[in-house]
Design a protein. Structure first.
Length: 463
């Protein structure tokens, strides 16, 4: 069972020799390996090399173009772990591919999932910096600035030329992100790019040029090149638990990569085929009379071709199974798509909560046992009501309930809620979420005890 897969470009300094050194160091430092330094050959020819130990076997193949593949097989009691790492050149640029599979030698209910191999982190750390489209492969976030609006637009509209998926972190309405973007980028290094939005103004401008297709308000979207749909994550889904939030995003990217077809040049079978073809042609051109060797190389070439075909058929079968599973999970539910124009939520779930409230009001006035009542009930019962709207109203009421004087405490609480405060003569001007339609006036010295309640009532009625 395929348990981990990724492929990414590396810098030119990751030559054939440097790559071999890094793989050798990884094997020698592994606690699961008994192979020692002397077991590795000084150089590799265009033929398969086998390195054996008590519970481990490494197969190495190299073609005439110095593309090289390592197949590290570790036997762990009833399990067989197989890690395939290749170094290939595509259009003059070096690429690395890492695939981890696990098989059981006895019946078990569930196979263990592999973690991200340490070799993946090592290769990104040492040989990262190569461009994947407009973004460099790195183990830290890409922090956008105001001049990067077109880069963000290409990401949102899936027009970017990158191979790796992009985890796009939008700017929160207020405060900091609900996730550690530096840790997220490190954990996803070699698997995805983490792109971080600079400001709310940037988000608003992006909304205008992408027709509100962008994630916003602190939510996180996962975008793939040439794929129109995205996966969106909201921190509220995880009760503000940063660890589970980040883990869910990382696991989603990891599982999604398993369902992706690899680049042909980055596969073990491709290097094996090139190696066999080279040896076959060399023997043929030398007019060798060694018939047995001639037949052996011909068989090797045919075996490589058959293995590549079998690999492709397995990949197609696996992807078909995944598609069928996805369709079964989706079922036959009816989904209603509503075009909200260029309107963008000022806080998470704003549009959804307004629509559900309106549907609840319509439900109260619908005819009993009518088709309208049936449909409206289904909508209300099957859609989660976002609580942020009520929380926002309660925060405003609690803040202004005891409003007697516009002091530092009131100012700080209002700013935490999302108000921008400016002085306007004898009054303060309060702008909520920088929306020009949500501007309110607060007296510096309220005339009565109900001033705060009246102001909160006005604000809540507008939102």
């Amino acid at each position: 069972m395929l348990s981990f897969f990724t492929e990414f470009p590396v810098i030119d300094a990751c030559t054939y020799d440097e790559f071999n050194k890094e793989i050798k160091n990884w094997v020698l430092k592994s606690p699961h390996s008994n192979i020692v330094n002397e077991d590795f050959p000084n150089r590799y020819e265009t033929e398969e090399k086998i390195i054996n130990s008590e519970n481990q076997k490494i197969l190495v193949i190299k073609d005439s173009n110095n593309n090289i593949g390592y197949k590290n097989i570790v036997y762990d009691r009833s399990l067989t772990w197989e890690t395939i790492i290749t170094h290939s050149t595509i259009d003059g640029n070096p690429w690395v591919s890492i695939r981890v599979s696990v098989e059981s030698n006895s019946p078990i209910i569930r196979l263990p999932e592999s973690k991200k191999p340490i070799i993946c982190k090592n290769l990104v750390s040492k040989f990262g910096g190569s461009y994947d489209g407009e973004l460099m492969v790195q183990d830290s976030p890409h922090f956008l600035n105001d001049s990067d609006l077109n880069i963000a637009k290409n990401i949102i509209e899936s027009n970017s030329s990158n191979r790796l998926p992009i985890v796009y972190v939008s700017k929160p309405f207020r405060g900091k992100w609900d996730i550690d973007v530096n840790k997220l980028a490190y954990d996803l290094s070699g698997m995805a790019h983490v792109v971080v939005e600079p400001t709310r103004d940037f988000s608003k401008n992006l909304m205008k040029i992408t027709f509100s297709k962008n994630v916003y308000g602190g939510s996180i979207g996962i975008y793939w090149p040439n794929v129109s749909q995205r996966k969106t994550f909201f921190s509220e889904q995880f009760s503000n638990d940063k660890n589970s939030y980040e883990k869910s995003i990382t696991e989603y990217v990891k599982k999604s990569l398993l369902n992706r077809r690899p680049l042909a040049a980055c596969t073990w079978s491709s290097i094996q085929l090139n190696m066999a073809s080279h040896n076959y042609n060399s023997l043929k051109n030398s007019k060798s009379a060694d018939l047995d060797k001639y037949i052996l190389n011909f068989d090797s070439e045919m075996f490589a071709k058959n293995e590549k075909l079998e690999e492709s058929e397995k990949e197609i079968s696996r992807l078909s199974s995944e598609l069928k599973r996805y369709e079964e999970e989706s079922g036959y539910k009816s989904y209603l798509k509503i075009n909200c124009g260029t309107s963008q939520d000022l806080y998470n779930g704003e549009t959804s909560s307004i629509i559900i409230d309106l549907i609840k009001a319509a439900l109260e006035n619908s005819k009993e046992n009518s088709r309208v009542e049936t449909i409206l009930k289904e909508i209300v019962n099957n859609n989660e009501y976002p609580e942020e709207r009520n929380e926002l109203k309660n925060s405003i009421k609690n803040c202004l309930r005891n409003y007697r004087k516009f002091d530092a405490k009131i100012r700080r609480e209002l700013e935490d809620i999302g108000f921008t405060i400016s002085e306007d003569g004898k009054h303060y001007k309060l702008t909520l979420f920088d929306d020009k339609k949500l501007v309110f006036t607060a007296s510096k010295t309220p005339s009565d005890n109900r001033s705060g309640l009246n102001l909160s009532s006005v604000i809540c009625s507008m939102i």
